[in-house]
Design a protein around this ligand. Structure first.
Ligand SMILES: [Cu+2]
Length: 99
């Protein structure tokens, strides 16, 4: 009985931590690379609406959280990404190329 309770709690806990981890892990917005500007540490994306920023679909330049990501991107790449406002600047916090 005791061990059943224990495993139930373990299951519940892992379910909760999975829920907590998933939003950060999912690249939620689709876009296409228009321009890579390594000097400025920015990438211009044509993107879908971004719910968490209440932003409609548009083309705009974003700062990237890690400038090394720019080496993996080129004009015309289809991507999925997360963006947030960091220190008042729209910033890409995660990005990967999509097939
Ligand atoms: Cu935008």
């Amino acid at each position: 009985m005791r061990s059943r309770m224990k495993s139930l709690f373990a299951l519940l806990f892992s379910a909760l931590s999975w829920l907590g981890a998933s939003p950060a892990a999912a690249q939620s917005t689709a876009g296409e690379v228009r321009k890579v500007d390594k000097a400025q540490g920015k990438v211009t994306l044509q993107h879908e609406a971004i719910a968490n920023l209440k932003m409609p679909a548009m083309t705009m330049a974003y700062r990237v959280q890690n400038p090394a990501w720019l080496d993996q991107l080129k004009e015309g790449d289809k991507v999925r990404f997360d963006a947030d406002k960091v220190n008042g600047q729209y910033t890409i916090t995660a990005i990967k190329t999509a097939p």
